[in-house]
Every structure is written in C-alpha cells, then in structure tokens.
Design a protein around this ligand. Structure first.
Ligand code: UD1
Length: 430
C-alpha cells in the first residue's frame, strides 16, 4: 500500500467541470467509507489476519491504515476482482496510541478509542479534527465508555483512557450518535457481562460493523434497531468481511443525474439503505427503480422543488444535504432544507451563490429558490461532501466550474472524475 502520504492518493487539487451533458450509462458505486473505516478499527479487537473486500481506495482509508500501523499492525492491498482486498495483520501485542499527526487529519479516527480500550484496557488518542462543519464534541463517546468503567483525562491534546476492567452497563444516548454508538459497541464486545445501548444509531454502516463483530466472535443483537444488546465475550478472533456499498456516493450520482437529466444505472447501490432519499427524488419528478444489481434512474430535464429536513437514519442523511441543495438550486419552485445534525454545515452555500444560486440561510435552515441555470465559476471545496456538491452543481451549469481544494473530495471518493466521465460528463482532474 503506497499510501502513507495521503497526497499520493489525491494527485489532483482541482476538478474542472464543464456542464451541459445529460448523464447516460452505468456507474458502479464503491464500498462505504463510513463503514470501511469502522471495520478497520474493529480489527484492533483481535489478533490475526483480516481480509476486507470492497474497501474504497480513498485518502481516509489510507489514513486509517496509518493509524493501524502506528499501533503495530501491517496493512496492504492485494489484487482481487473487481477491486483489491485490504489485508490487515494484527499482532498479539498492540500499542494503544493514535498519534496527533494522523488523528488531526480525519475525525473518524476517534473510533479506535473503543476497540483499544476493549482490547488493551488503555488508549491514548489525540483529540480529533476532520470536516469543517461546526463543533463536533465527543462527550457521548466519553460518558458511555465511563459507564463501562473507563477513566479519562486529557493530557497534552490527547484523551487518555484507562480501566482495570470493563463491565457491561445500560447506556442511554441523548442523541443517536453514530460515532458514540460505535465506540461504546466496540468496547462493550469485550466487557464483562451485558451492555444495552438505548437510542443507538441505526445507520446501515452500524449494522455492517455488527455483522463483522459477530463474525469475530462477539455477541451483538438488535443492530439496526434503537436498542442494541451486547453480551461481552472473553476473546475474539480475526474474520473476513465485504463492506456494504456507499449510500452517500450513490446519492451523489442521483443528484448529478437529477441536475443534468438523463438515464443511468448505479450498479451495486442498495435502495433499502436510502429509501427516504429515493422517495424525495420521486416527489421531485425522478423515476427510480431497484433490483438486485442496483438502481435504475430516469431524470427529466427539470425537477420540482421539495422541502428536505435531515435526520438520523432512516431519515434523510445530513451527508446528502449538500447534493440536495445543489440540486434544488435549479429545480422549479422553492425548497426549504433544514439541517438538524450539524449547525455549521452551510459553508458551501456561499460557493453555490457564486455560481448564481438563490439561497438564503438562517441558522439551520436554507431557503433555496430554483433558478433556470447556474453559471460555471471558480469555487472552493471545504469538505468532502461540499466539494462533491459543487461538482454536481457544475454538471448542470453553463460553462466551466473550477473546484479548487479538490483533494478533500479524494478523502471520500475513488475517482469521482473518472466515474462521472464514464457517464458522459466532462470532468477533468488536475
Ligand atoms: C458520522 C459520519 C458523518 C455523518 C454523521 C451523521 C463517519 C466517519 N462520519 O459522523 O459522515 O454526517 O455520522 O450521520 O461515519 N454529538 C455530540 N456529542 C457526541 C457525539 C456527537 O453532541 O459525543 C453530536 C454531533 O455534534 C452532531 C450529532 O451529534 O451534531 C451527530 O453526530 P454523530 O452521529 O456522532 O456523527 P459522527 O459519528 O461524527
């Protein structure tokens, strides 16, 4: 894996999108970033060799590989069909540390806290960085792990967690946080006795993680429901697993074809992971049908506006919102988007306005009045999904849109430019 340097996986810093072509053809969606990263963290729970298939070759995966290496694991890619497998070798002894140089680059690294505590009874994890959308505290992670018996202090920018023994407990989350659910879950699998997580997050990526944990010998029931019960086991072992397809990448292609019009097939996409989004897009005028191979999508040249509130799963995901705002920028009428998860997640709206979008924001609401057409402009990607949303907007715009800071996009997309070009779009990475 030649990827210690994340820049080596994102050799481009700009995407140049020339709009106007309807999208046509077939695109294959890759493995889910938000699942892959957690599966990799889960490997820390037990010694042995893991083979993961369908892991996307993106910068965040390269960074998580480096986090694992810092604990003493060996990580490499091995050729396989249709995508390489990720092989992780976890030694008998690991170093329970996640260093600042890596953690500050991506927030998801905080999920090593639970497995390190579970396995080593101690962990030293730098306080996380990541996407720039408002304050993202980890109080629920910490209080849940405290209830299992961990003690915390913050020293020189690191969270230091220690415990003599973890003991199962009943933990009620104030909010169904994805990261807190995952950290508590991954510590609880090796705790003594039974842990119940109430108001747990229900995202498909959590169900995927539970499937791997159970293959590794854990005893988790109720995944995908608000109450998860974990009966702690004394020991776990390595296992192989294939990551689920990425519903956020799928949403990107859905919004893209919604913007340009056209007919595409999104191979491997799973309708059941994004039913609410498909329903919304149907209300807007798109036709979407699903079968075992993926989604078939037909979009007319202009859609109708709808209101879109974001909510925890199974609601409309906050990660879909930047694409929906880009899409609503040129639909007929007015759509109100309400962001209920991350307060500061509207920075990209200023960039869309530079393309001629008519959007007003007020606290966590955005009022999007559709215009006939956006016009290409130089714009900046502030985070992964914001960057992809600007690409979506550019696909429907007149002229060329130059998305700078596009290395953010490579954190979560494997060859977005190539995949969109395969659908007939004019997108060049440089
Ligand atoms: C994950 C996803 C991210 C997605 C988000 C919500 C990964 C790598 N990232 O992020 O793409 O947008 O779920 O679906 O999987 N909160 C607290 N205290 C905590 C934890 C969270 O107040 O201890 C708040 C957050 O600030 C936010 C909300 O809860 O307002 C949701 O956060 P959470 O579900 O934890 O998101 P992440 O796991 O960080």
């Amino acid at each position: 894996m030649s990827n210690s340097d994340p820049a080596s996986m994102s050799p481009f810093s700009r995407l140049i999108v020339t709009g106007g072509q309807p999208l046509e053809g077939v695109v294959r969606v890759g493995g889910a970033k938000n699942s892959a990263l957690k599966l990799m963290a889960a490997a820390l729970l037990a010694e042995g060799t893991y083979r993961f298939c369908n892991i996307p070759q993106i910068t965040d995966v390269a960074l998580m590989a480096d986090v694992l290496r810092a604990t003493g694991c060996a990580v490499r890619w091995e050729d396989a069909d249709p995508t390489p497998d990720l092989i992780i070798e976890v030694p008998a002894e690991i170093e329970p540390v996640a260093p600042y140089e890596l953690v500050e680059k991506f927030r998801a690294s905080i999920v090593v806290l639970g497995p390190l505590l579970g396995r080593c009874h101690e962990a030293r994890v730098a306080l996380p960085g990541g996407d720039d959308f408002g304050p993202r505290p980890i109080d629920m992670h910490v209080s849940g792990l405290r209830e299992l018996g961990a003690e915390f202090e913050t020293v020189h920018g690191y969270i230091q967690a220690t415990t003599d023994r973890l003991v199962g407990s009943r933990i009620k989350l104030d909010f169904p946080s994805v990261g807190a659910t995952e950290n508590i879950l991954m510590a609880a699998v090796l705790a003594e006795g039974v842990t119940v997580i109430e108001n747990a997050a229900r995202e498909p990526e959590i169900a995927d993680l539970c499937e791997l944990l159970n293959k590794m010998g854990a005893n988790v029931i109720g995944s995908g429901s608000p109450t998860m019960t974990i009966d702690g086991v004394g020991e776990m072992h390595a296992a192989d697993h294939c990551v689920i397809p990425d519903r956020v990448e799928t949403a990107t292609y859905l919004a893209a074809v919604g913007t340009t019009g056209g007919e595409i097939t999104i191979k491997d996409a799973r309708h059941e992971h994004m039913a609410m989004l498909c329903e919304k897009l149907g209300e807007m005028g798109m036709r979407i049908s699903s079968d075992a191979d993926g989604l078939w999508v037909l979009a007319p040249t202009r859609l109708r506006s709808v209101d879109c509130p974001t909510l925890p799963y199974p609601g409309l995901a906050t990660d879909f919102m930047p694409f929906l705002v880009a899409l609503l920028s040129t639909t007929e009428g007015v759509g109100i988007v309400t962001e209920n998860l991350f307060a500061g997640r509207f920075r990209y709206v200023d960039e869309l306005r530079r393309m001629g979008a008519d959007i007003r924001t007020d606290t966590h609401h955005a009022v999007v009045r559709g215009v006939d057409r956006l016009s290409g402009a130089p714009v900046k990607a502030h985070d992964i999904r914001a960057g992809a949303a600007l690409v979506v907007a550019g696909l429907g715009a007149e002229g060329s849109t130059i998305v700078s800071d596009a290395q953010h996009i490579a954190r979560g997309y494997e060859d977005l430019a190539g995949k969109l070009s395969g659908l007939g779009a004019d997108v060049v990475a440089e």
